[in-house]
Design a binder for this molecule. Structure first.
Ligand code: ATP
Ligand code: MG
Length: 212
């Protein structure tokens, strides 16, 4: 069995994620692809990420129409930041016979070398770098060599230039997000009034003055 994993904040999930996962499933012959939303992600400490239950609910809605897609809340249930290497190990324990393929976009693969215990990660799974508009694979000096060294599988995905950042910004400024993500996710965002406030880019809590 070949198992695909795709991690991310999914804040919110959109067609870029879904197309990438589906192309990976088909091209690599994956039995299924499990989406693993992050808790408070270690690489985004400066930005407020929407509470996990909302991100999970939106992912559930988006994944419902594909029988090969699943959702896992392992990273959310684990306290503190999760590292990909630990998540992959967890899936190796759950699916002992499976070959694990960890799917990332071109932007994320460029950061993999800096991930916690990267060497170990390359030993226990295969990495997939999906093309993503606006991000070059292997342009920085030495990057191509590293991709070769780690046997990263480059996956050509029809370009979907959508990001969660752009979706959040569009909602905040009253622009449409229709056709950028599945309709039930759009409805969920509207129903719950998500992403209307400007993002807080500071993780220092304001000091509350005590009146007494
Ligand atoms: P944000 O703008 O908040 O960073 P995002 O759109 O990049 O959101 P993430 O949750 O950060 O989404 O991404 C999860 C994974 O999906 C990452 O590996 C990322 O590279 C990949 N990914 C996201 N959008 C695309 C896309 N449009 N095409 C290919 N890969 C993508
Ligand atoms: Mg991202």
């Amino acid at each position: 069995m070949r198992l695909g994993l795709i991690g991310g904040t999914f804040d919110p999930i959109h067609y870029g994620h879904l197309v990438t996962a589906e192309v990976a499933r088909y091209e690599l012959g994956l039995t299924k692809v499990v989406f693993v939303p992050a808790g408070q992600p270690p690489h985004k400490p400066g930005r407020q990420v929407l509470p996990a239950p909302h991100r999970v609910a939106m992912a559930r809605l988006a994944l419902a129409t594909n029988p090969h897609f699943e959702l896992s809340t392992v990273e959310i249930e684990r306290p503190g930041p999760s590292f990909t290497v630990d998540t992959v190990k967890k899936f190796r324990r759950l699916y002992r016979e499976a070959e694990i393929w960890f799917i990332t976009g071109a932007d994320a693969i460029a950061e993999v070398a800096a991930w916690n215990r990267a060497e170990e990660l390359f030993r226990i799974c295969r990495l997939v770098a999906a093309t993503r508009p606006g991000y070059d694979l292997g342009t920085p000096a030495g990057q191509t060599d590293l991709l070769d060294l780690w046997q990263v599988h480059v996956l050509r995905v029809p370009g979907v230039a959508i990001s969660s950042t752009e979706i959040r910004e569009r909602v905040r400024t009253g622009k449409p997000i229709k056709y950028l993500l599945p309709e039930p996710v759009e409805e969920y965002i509207t129903q719950h009034g998500l992403y209307r406030e400007k993002e807080i880019n500071c993780h220092v809590q304001p000091v509350l003055q005590n009146d007494t």
